[in-house]
Design a protein around this ligand. Structure first.
Ligand code: AMP
Ligand code: MG
Length: 484
């Protein structure tokens, strides 16, 4: 294909050792048809999609034609899935290449659902339209909520049916990421027990994602510290908006600190720290309140991989890594408190701040208050005041909060600004996601396009968005599934 699009590939990962990947092309699909395209992301990537017609775009975003300069690979990785170590790898995704923008930013362009690879195990290498559109909606919503995330450039149908519980429409998502290197990538290389490969990966990751560490005296240890900070920031952000990842396996933890893998994720409506949506998470391992604990567990698995590079003396290396990992709780709690204070518009530090926050959360839990809408209520931005906010217990709490706010009276505008930048007015609520996906499956794309538009500006007081702000009134427990 002529390069009218402005692709600019430099495929550094594919030049690494063959141990890291398999060279493979996407399997051609029968009848490509573009469903959705992210024009604003295309612009951010300096890609011009306006000069080629829909047929060519469909062919491009299903992998039937490959852009000039691409070098297609499936990446090898391992991972702890629900605590059990497994060899994985891209079983249904192919990295097209690394696109460099005009301002020299590097992004992986990956096709997800593009056919079998040597890592497919029993899978068919394919993906269904519903889950790929779901990933599109939620990943873009996360980005707009100011949370680091992989992005979605396009979804295209393959024109082939795939077998799941029933026959479903096949589709491919074009995923854009800072990279697809995971904790599981380190686990895969560490399991091969070849120090030169591990060093190659470490140096590659530092050059690509943590360039300020290139001259560090102990690159491995500093990488652990930096990754830990990034992952704490990430999980604090998830807690801020009530996001439940649902499958925090080590292969789904990105080294760049982006949210990755939107299989069984969902947003919590009623506040309950034990909320879990995934149909296979029977023990609640990845429940809302467990997310920081799992983040720490995953970081410990990462630390184990890099022990040989921290110090030649294994005992000393373990001690050094443990010391870092042990700072997790304190670090997390500080950042969590800062985040919750912003949600309540609190500046400065008062000894009672934590109690004030915990009392609100306890009340929300007891009264089954909606997580997003409670903060909208506190900003006077709720569309309809729910009865629970008129209860005395809440009114007393509000008085305490307002008293605390009045200690900062000089800055009321700043307080509200803090709240407005932290508390979304709209998130992709589960019932709405399901509704627009059903419509899309029946070829009605208007609802999904409108939903995506609303989610583009979650902090803005948009007109006519009430239907997106309502919690689900269905009593049926919402269930999510690993995206197949
Ligand atoms: P995930 O749950 O998306 O993180 O996937 C876990 C692993 O299963 C990854 O190695 C995927 O590539 C692989 N996988 C998931 N679905 C399929 C499929 N339909 N065909 C082949 N591999 C798959
Ligand atoms: Mg995954």
């Amino acid at each position: 294909m002529e390069n009218k699009i402005n692709w600019n590939f430099d495929n550094s990962y594919s030049r690494l050792s063959d141990a890291f990947k398999e060279h493979i092309k996407p399997v051609a699909v029968k009848n490509p048809e573009l469903v959705i395209i992210n024009e604003s992301l295309a612009k951010e990537l300096d890609l011009d999609l306006t000069k080629i017609n829909k047929d060519k775009l469909s062919s491009l975003f299903t992998g039937n034609t490959l852009p000039e300069g691409s070098n297609t690979i499936a990446q090898a990785y391992a991972g702890h899935q629900f605590g059990h170590f497994t060899m994985l790898g891209d079983g249904r995704a192919i990295l097209i290449g690394e696109h460099i923008t005009n301002s020299n930013k590097r992004y992986d362009i990956q096709l997800k659902g593009s056919g079998k690879t040597s890592f497919s195990r029993n899978g068919d290498g394919r993906a269904a339209l519903g889950p790929m559109l779901r990933e599109y909606i939620v990943s873009e919503a996360m980005h707009n909520l100011n949370i680091p995330s992989t992005r979605s450039l396009a979804v295209a149908k393959t024109g082939e049916k795939i077998m799941r519980d029933t026959l479903l429409e096949g589709a491919i998502l074009t995923r854009v990421a800072l990279s697809h290197i995971r904790v599981g990538t380190f686990q895969y290389i560490a399991a091969r027990d070849k120090k030169d490969e591990l060093e190659l990966l470490l140096n590659y990751v530092i050059n690509r994602h943590y360039p300020k560490l290139v001259n560090s005296k102990n690159k491995a240890l500093d990488l652990l510290i930096n990754l830990m900070n990034k992952q704490i920031d990430l999980v604090v952000n998830w807690m801020r908006v009530g996001f439940i990842h649902g499958v925090m396996n080590t292969d789904n933890m990105s080294i760049s600190g982006e949210t990755i893998d939107y299989g069984p994720c969902a947003f919590m409506d009623t506040y309950d720290p034990k909320t879990v949506f995934s149909s296979i998470d029977h023990m609640g391992r990845y429940a809302y309140c467990n997310q920081p604990i799992v983040t720490k567990w995953n970081l410990s698995r990462f630390a184990e991989c890099i022990i040989p590079m921290i110090d030649e003396n294994q005992k000393k290396a373990i001690e050094m890594a443990t010391e870092i990992i042990n700072t997790f709780e304190k670090n997390y709690e500080e950042k969590w408190l800062e985040m919750m204070k912003k949600k309540l518009g609190l500046l400065g530090n008062h000894s009672t701040d934590k109690t004030l926050i915990l009392d609100l959360l306890t009340w929300m839990h007891q009264k089954k208050a909606d997580y997003t809408n409670t903060f909208c209520h506190l900003m006077n931005l709720d569309t309809k005041t729910e009865k629970i906010y008129e209860e005395m217990e809440f009114i007393y709490w509000k008085e305490r909060w307002q008293k605390r706010l009045s200690t900062e009276k000089k800055l009321p505008k700043k307080n509200l600004e803090l709240m407005k930048n932290s508390n979304p007015l709209v998130v992709p609520r589960n019932h709405k996601v399901e509704k627009v996906l059903n419509d899309a499956n029946e070829n009605n794309l208007e609802p999904i396009n409108r939903f995506i538009k609303v989610l583009d500006q979650p902090f803005a007081n948009q007109k006519g968005i009430e239907e997106y702000q309502k919690p689900s009134y269905s009593n049926e427990k919402y269930q999510t599934f690993c995206g197949t």
